[in-house]
Write a protein that binds this ligand. Sequence first.
Ligand code: FAD
Length: 304
Amino acid sequence: MNQEIKKMFCELLGRDHVLTDEPMKQHTTFKIGGPADYFLVPETGEEVGEIIKICRKTDTPYFILGNGSNLLVGDGGYRGAVIQVYRNMSAVTVEGTTITAQAGALLSAVAAAAKNASLTGFEFAGGIPGTVGGAAVMNAGAYGGEMKDVLVEVTVMDAEGKIFAISAEKLELGYRTSVIKKAGYIVLEAKIRLKEGDQEAIRERMKELTIQRTTKQPLEYPSAGSTFKRPEGYFAGKLVMDSGLRGYQVGGARISEKHCGFVINAGDATAKDVRTLMDNVRDIVYEKYGVTLEPEVKFLGEFD
Ligand SMILES: Cc1cc2nc3c(=O)[nH]c(=O)nc-3n(C[C@H](O)[C@H](O)[C@H](O)COP(=O)(O)OP(=O)(O)OC[C@H]3O[C@@H](n4cnc5c(N)ncnc54)[C@H](O)[C@@H]3O)c2cc1C
């Protein structure tokens, strides 16, 4: 951490919005991760742009964080600036059948707004614990729906600080991927188009999906959701289970007994525990089935 750089961030955002040596375990659903040199909480796109200017001028790497629900941060933490786009940038407005949400809005908040306005099509996302920004990047999906089905347009900032809108067709939204990360864009806002529906039916569907999640997923433990991507023609959780790895544990990291697609933090897991477990699981599954499991969860920072 460099005092001069900290001072620049403080002058821009105010002291309350600049944390240093901030434990990332407090900002990830895995509850794992060492300290970030700088943890910044901007409130506007303009501030995000100014942060990036400082980062570029001072050669400071930066990372955009949403709710940290698809993220494993190394035990050594992150040498750079984590820019949090979350509650600080989370306005949601509804106009006709279009919802405009700032990137930091939680999907659950957007789903609630949709339900309140009797709009259908977003029920699938209500239980995904991410932000609109993280969901656009990942093309998050569940129960037969995905962001690709509902996104109309995303407003982004590029690495030069230029802000512009991109239509959803140009985002190359695929299975848990988009062009956003590759292009280095920061999502600031998204427009979502839904259909008029029956409020009671929407409420029922959301309730049904919540029950499915709570009965099938180990929500009582910290995790980052599905740890591996679904390999073509298979289910990652089933491959792991059929490999005899239900409950397999390395340190505090464990393959959930409830859902073998989830690695859970069963108590004081380190990032190293999770990485070692993931590597071992990948090798064992490959040996048994000749299928390579690829991580869905993103890695950030220093692991050794
Ligand atoms: C219990 C549980 C259940 C889950 N269920 C599902 C599910 O059903 N379906 C599913 O798809 N996922 C699921 N997930 C994973 C996760 O919630 C999603 O991937 C979600 O979209 C991640 O959003 P986030 O805001 O937490 O992103 P983060 O984890 O903070 O970040 C993920 C990636 O997106 C980038 N990013 C975040 N915000 C922005 C932004 N504004 N601009 C540019 N880049 C950004 C980050 O840099 C990072 O690369 C689940 C996770 C958990 C813990």
